[in-house]
Design a protein around this ligand. Structure first.
Ligand code: NAI
Length: 335
């Protein structure tokens, strides 16, 4: 066994936290040879729930679980952290405008970014799950000037997994037969799930499904799946979100090989040129087709996009730019 890896989970007392922590403790995040030290961050109102979860983690007697700490102090929670899963966020309250939502979350993700900058291990990887995930990741990153922007990512893997699953269901194939799906843009209803490069058992997906199904069923189904889950389950997606977070970090650490997936990644630095090729400007956290190579997310460059796909991508990117400008106008985006 290797030295323990410190994994920090914020919002640990919430429903995604409850679905996520046991899978991390069992080794599904980092692999069966890597012990984990769990660090749980909550706000005071959530501490008891997180402490209860910590008791249950102990009761799991997980061979790979080195320790569990619970705190409401961000500096303590991110001290020495190698993997930070930022799940806790401020939900949209009744009558809250979008600017209020962005501002309330900037008050969370700015200080957390600063605490990561000050205390995290030099190899830290950050995944933001809490919404609005892309812009929260951008805010956290902008408060962590000493950490390369590409270490801050936002989760669109749930959208990606939903797209893979819906395509597999429609063509009656196993999910493992599906490759090359992309989710572009923002983790919001404006996202664009795209199968134009996808294959099922090596056959072009666009030859297996109709244009009409893609436009009228597939795209809205994937983009609005979160609302459907709330309606049917009576609560928002939790276990599937936790599962996607596991997939994202697992692939980031272990690599994807030749296959690609989707992740919200920084369009500054190594991925700026490839992102620009899809019309995505620098300085955003945008969902793009990515491979994980040597521990880094690399945007798959140069895919040909049809004019209508381009328009969908551009609309979601415009929303990301708007969110960034709204946050900047509030003075919440240093640098
Ligand atoms: P939840 O409400 O059950 O739990 C959130 C927890 O975060 C609460 O216990 C709360 O006390 C805690 N929290 C709030 N502010 C915090 C802070 N500053 N520091 C530490 N903890 C804090 O919510 P749930 O269902 O676990 O969802 C969490 C977030 O994930 C939400 O923002 C949700 O919209 C988002 N989400 C994102 C998805 C994605 O695909 N990117 C998918 C599903 C959910």
């Amino acid at each position: 066994n290797r030295a323990p890896v410190t994994v920090t989970v914020t919002g640990a007392g919430g429903q995604i936290g409850y679905a996520l922590l046991f899978r991390i403790a069992s080794g599904q995040l980092l692999g069966a040879d890597t012990p984990v030290r769990l660090s749980l961050l909550e706000i005071p109102q959530g501490l008891r729930a997180a402490e209860g979860t910590a008791l249950e983690l102990i009761d799991g007697a997980f061979p790979l679980l080195d320790s569990v700490d619970v705190t409401d102090d961000a500096s303590a929670a991110f001290d020495g952290t190698n993997v930070a899963l930022l799940v806790g966020a401020r939900p949209r309250g009744a009558g809250m405008e979008r600017a209020d939502l962005l501002e309330a979350n900037a008050a969370i993700f700015g200080p957390q970014g600063r605490a990561i900058n000050e205390g995290a291990a030099s190899d830290v990887r950050v995944l933001v799950v809490g919404n609005p995930a892309n812009t929260n990741a951008l805010i956290a990153s902008s408060h962590a000037p000493d950490i390369p922007a590409e270490r801050f990512t936002a989760m669109t893997r749930l959208d990606h997994n939903r797209a893979v699953a819906q395509l597999a269901l429609e063509v009656d194939a196993p999910v493992t037969a599906v490759d090359g799906v992309i989710v572009w843009g923002n983790h919001s209803a404006s996202q664009y799930p795209d199968v134009s490069h996808a294959t099922v058992d090596g056959r072009a997906a666009t030859e297996l499904v109709s244009e009409r199904w893609l436009e009228e069923v597939f795209v809205p189904k994937v983009a609005r799946r979160g609302a459907e889950i709330i309606e049917v389950r009576g609560a928002s997606s939790a276990a599937s979100a936790a599962s996607a977070a596991i997939d994202h970090v697992h692939d980031w650490v272990h690599g994807t090989g030749e296959r690609w997936t989707s992740a919200g990644v920084s369009t500054s630095g190594v991925n700026a040129a490839a992102a620009a090729g899809y019309g995505v400007p620098e300085g955003l956290v945008c969902s793009l087709p990515v491979r994980s190579v040597d521990g880094e997310w690399i945007v798959v460059p140069g895919l040909e996009e049809r004019a209508d796909s381009r328009a969908h991508i551009a609309a979601s990117v415009a929303e990301l730019v708007e969110e960034r400008e709204a946050v900047r106008a509030l003075g919440l985006l240093p640098g």
